[in-house]
Design a protein around this ligand. Structure first.
Ligand code: HEM
Length: 221
């Protein structure tokens, strides 16, 4: 076993603030959406907390964006443009998740600093960070003051359309917050990926040249 520096400090700070914030947003989101059926906290308090944390999460997103926009680690988020390579890598990874890992097969993905995600993780995280979080945030800001942003709200078809998009992405994240922590336990060990998101370092099996790496390279915080 050896360890690889996969998550620099800004990513770890962003990630855990984001995780706590999203849980709060989901809980207050339920209260706002199902007022009358759910009465855990007053509606107005839920709206106020939802708005404040929403703006804090938008600010926090810029930690993630600022880091990757200026780091060579951005390669982890670049899409695989060779469809054959992407498809075969995804099928191999899917096969591992569906039965390989239950038989004790090694994970087909070899982690490195600039290739820390397997093809399925990479696709999911691109979708989450480049599309869903920005659209969720943008529709949230429009709904926060639909009067002030009426021109943009009307451009997209009115409050109902903007609200529907916001709620559909909300539903996606309710599922995500249940599945993503489980997928985080499917690394080389149950807790390996969690430790990596806390310390920055992930322990990986020795497997030839591809895995040879080690401490943080110069330039990564
Ligand atoms: C209870 C909440 C959460 C837990 C326990 C959790 C756990 C983890 C763990 C263990 C990892 C490292 C494994 C990996 O890279 O796949 C990770 C990475 C990641 N998580 Fe989460 N997470 C949570 C919430 C969230 C939320 C709400 C989002 C997005 C909205 C999110 C987005 C990500 C992303 C994008 C990465 C990769 C980060 C990077 O290296 O650039 N997570 N998470």
């Amino acid at each position: 076993m050896h360890r690889i520096y996969v998550h620099p400090l800004p990513v770890r700070i962003w990630h855990w603030l984001n995780a706590i914030g999203f849980i709060a947003m989901i809980l207050t989101g339920f209260q706002i959406r199902y007022v009358g059926m759910l009465d855990v906290i007053p509606f107005r308090t839920a709206v106020r907390v939802h708005n404040w944390i929403g703006f804090a999460l938008i600010a926090n997103y810029f930690i993630w964006l600022g880091f990757y926009a200026t780091s060579p680690q951005i390669r982890c988020y670049l899409p695989e443009l060779n469809p054959k390579k992407f498809f075969s890598g995804s099928v191999r990874q899917m096969r591992y998740y569906c039965y390989g890992m239950f038989k004790g097969d090694p994970n087909p993905h070899q982690i490195s600093i600039y290739n820390k995600f397997n093809p399925m993780q990479a696709m999911l995280y691109q979708l989450v960070m480049v599309v869903l979080v920005p659209v969720l945030s943008y529709t949230g800001v429009l709904l926060w003051d639909a009067q002030r942003f009426s021109a943009q709200v009307n451009f997209f078809g009115g409050v109902r359309v903007v609200d529907t998009v916001h709620v559909l992405i909300f539903i996606f994240f309710v599922a995500y917050i249940l599945v993503h922590p489980y997928l985080g336990t499917l690394g080389a060990s149950r807790t390996g990926q969690y430790k990596a998101m806390i310390t920055g370092y992930e322990e990986v099996e020795d497997a030839g040249e591809a895995a040879k790496s080690g401490d943080a390279p110069p330039g990564l915080p």
